[in-house]
Design a protein around this ligand. Structure first.
Ligand SMILES: [Cu+2]
Length: 267
């Protein structure tokens, strides 16, 4: 029941108010996110390697869950996939089991990294969660193919080129499920609040929400520099057996992480 425990540590609330919060607060106020965070999203001759971590976390609150070794982890370059599962090393993110790898870039291209995690059992929600997670890294000036799908069960196609942006730019994305646009999808948005440097005026601000239009498209203006995660959620058309042997719902998420830069002053 880690979600309840995590909520207890969030904010300064009395025990009484907390008892009310745990019952009344929507789960989305502290949303789960598959995370795939590299240390750079633009690779140049000076920096040819990206180090990245894979985790399952609450990015704003800085609270983690343990992540089993992913079922799939690959990079897609020009539509050709390379399996990277064997490169994963165990690490710790937000105090919980996570994975890391270093990837060395050899030629220009827009590299799309994708993760299919094992189903995560969430007792607090009586459901399984599978977050198909991706991020893009542009190498050596390449600028083509950043809006291609990579064949995940569900994924967000960026319509704003997802690199070379400033905080204050509007992210535009299209949500696909089985390759088809999803109208009216619920998209949760969280900022990766590294080092807990920012605070939220209310629980609502922790996880912001935007919906897709009739074409499956959403727009969100990112107000701060850093990593922003978008999680488009849908319910699977199948069930998985829970620990109690009963059929359980499966939440599918299409997660995209994109970096918005601070605009530096000229020297
Ligand atoms: Cu949780």
């Amino acid at each position: 029941m880690h979600c309840q425990e995590e909520k207890k540590t969030f904010g300064l609330v009395s025990t009484l108010a907390l008892a009310f919060l745990v019952v009344a607060m929507p789960v989305s106020a502290l949303a789960h996110f598959g995370m795939l965070i590299p240390d750079r999203n633009i690779v140049t001759q000076d920096h040819r390697t990206a180090s990245m971590t894979l985790s399952f976390s609450h990015p704003f609150a800085g609270m983690g869950m343990d992540m089993a070794k992913p079922a799939k982890f690959f990079v897609d370059l020009n539509g050709r996939k390379t399996d990277l599962v064997s490169t994963l090393q165990p690490t710790t993110v937000m105090g919980h089991k996570a994975w890391k790898t270093d990837y060395r870039f050899r030629r220009p291209g827009v590299y799309i990294f994708g993760v299919e995690p094992q189903p995560y059992w969430e007792p607090a929600e009586d459901t399984y969660i599978i977050h198909y997670t991706k991020t893009e890294i542009a190498a050596f000036g390449a600028d083509e193919g950043w809006d291609r799908p990579i064949g995940l069960k569900t994924e967000i196609i960026p319509l704003l080129r997802p690199f070379g942006n400033y905080a204050g730019n509007s992210f535009v994305g299209k949500v696909l499920l089985d390759g088809r646009p999803v109208p009216g999808a619920h998209v949760e948005v969280e900022f990766y609040n590294r080092g807990q440097k920012l605070t939220a005026p209310s629980e609502y601000h922790v996880t912001q929400v935007v919906k897709t239009d009739s074409q499956g498209i959403f727009v969100f203006t990112c107000p701060a520099p850093g990593w922003w995660g978008f999680a488009a959620l849908s319910e699977a058309d199948y069930k998985l057996k829970g620990p109690d042997g009963k059929d359980k719902d499966v939440e599918l998420g299409a997660i995209l992480w994109t970096y918005l830069d601070r605009w530096p002053a000229a020297k």
